[in-house]
Design a protein around this ligand. Sequence first.
Ligand SMILES: [Zn+2]
Length: 283
Amino acid sequence: MEWNQPMTREKRGDHGVQLIGEVFQIGAVRLREDGSRDGAFCENVSLRFYKKLHYHVRKICGMKEKDLEGCRSFPEVVRDFAAFWGEDGILFSWGPDDVPMLRDNMKAYGVTDVEIPPYYDLQRIFANQITHESRQVALEDAMAEMGVPHRFNMHNAFADALNTASIAQLLDIPAGIRKLEEEQRIYRLLNIHLEDFPSVRAALAHPKLKKITCPFCDRELTGRIEKAPRVTRVIKATCPEHGPWSYRIKVSKQPTGRFNADMKIAPAREQEEPAEETSHTGE
Ligand SMILES: [Zn+2]
């Protein structure tokens, strides 16, 4: 996808969502399970929120406002796009930004009848299988790495989709999905996010934050509070099977006046240096 950005941060406005970009081009290639190509989708979309193309977008994509005149609106195009990905489709994008952008545009346009299917960042699958590094890799660099020829112009949604599909055809997609799901499962075990408490005290009293358990075996552990400033606390506990863990809890005040809480669990070293001073956000 390609999207336009407002000229200034202030112009983002509130369209039911903080809209960082407005989609003006959707391109996709559909692959069968065996990796063969099965169809293509490519359409420009008229703009409603940020009608003037950002100079950066004009330069990179070579687009002008008049190229979008007479194009169908985002809701019409996204419904056709949903028909294109179909009943049991899976979305892949290069990098993590496209699907959240698609979702934010659907919110801003009030499209509630389209359900986004499971989606995966192909860049992460590429990193897991080819570079074995967590750093982000530009699509062009990945193509060079895989020996995919530069047949299509970059910075056009359809060209990007064709190039991304060429890389997907060279990767083990089922194994890539399994690995990403395992990574997500572990992330969810180690990062607990809770929302909408009336006070710091109410947040800290939540059973998930009060009862300390081993993230791997769920055994209840006896925690020792290491630090307990008003909105942050660090607890240490040791599972006899899985070793010492550190639980860092942080409560933060939201613009609504309510409180969110986050707990990050990490393996603790036996000989831990003193925890750094925590900065407080909100009360
Ligand atoms: Zn355990």
